[in-house]
Design a protein around this ligand. Sequence first.
Ligand code: SF4
Length: 266
Amino acid sequence: MMLQGLQRLTLLDFPGKLACTVFTRGCNWRCPFCHNASLVLPNAFQAPDVSIDDFFQFLGKRQGILDGICISGGEPLLQSGIEDFILEIRDMGFQVKLDTNGTSPERLRRLSEGGLLDYVAVDIKNSLERYGETVGIPNYDTSAVEESVDFLLTGNQPFEFRTTVISEFHDAESFYKIGEWIHGNEPYYLQQFVDSGDLVGNIRLHPVDAEGMNHFKEIVSAYVPNVKLRGVQDLTPEEEESTCIKSSNATENLSTSTSKKFAVQY
Ligand code: SF4
């Protein structure tokens, strides 16, 4: 397991739970809008903020205080020791939420069917046709992601889907196609993009304003009635231009934490 960071308290990352979030290092995608370049790009890696020993020592002091642990990244399912890591967390009495990009369906299935996951959040980056450009890998083969989505849609694992909405990558057609793909009663969150200033891509990206977010929500709701918006604020043109400058504060508002270095990628 390669841990990179620890957010010692979050009221938002694990729905309905008092939790902490641990961030694993490394990802197999290069989403240009990713908040956490220093978790994803090897040339941006820094010395870890937390070791495995530190992490479990911290958990020992939080038994009876925290309900659960959110494991985020990077992409946690790339970590070869993820199963033992989760087992040790569960043995200490904590519930586990996993954030994943859906590229390791077999590992997801094994953990879920082994009863090791209380909640799973999977990113739906875009319509299948636009996945490659959205995850920074042209002509990306989406079959693994489709397998993960099918597994969750047809099984008993509690989960949610979520999409970070970006003006340059998403339009109405994206949401008609996403709706057709993931149709069901699961919770689905549309999250307004915020530029953290630590993005993976070098291109300038923009959020969609509240009116546009509501329009996309309306499109998807015909297929996924349980769709909600997350973190949406109305933006004037001036605010849109200055999103990058304001982003640190906005990102902090998404989570209550003692470490503001990383943000869960909704
Ligand atoms: S947004 Fe998630 S999947 Fe995309 S590069 Fe960042 S950590 Fe990886």
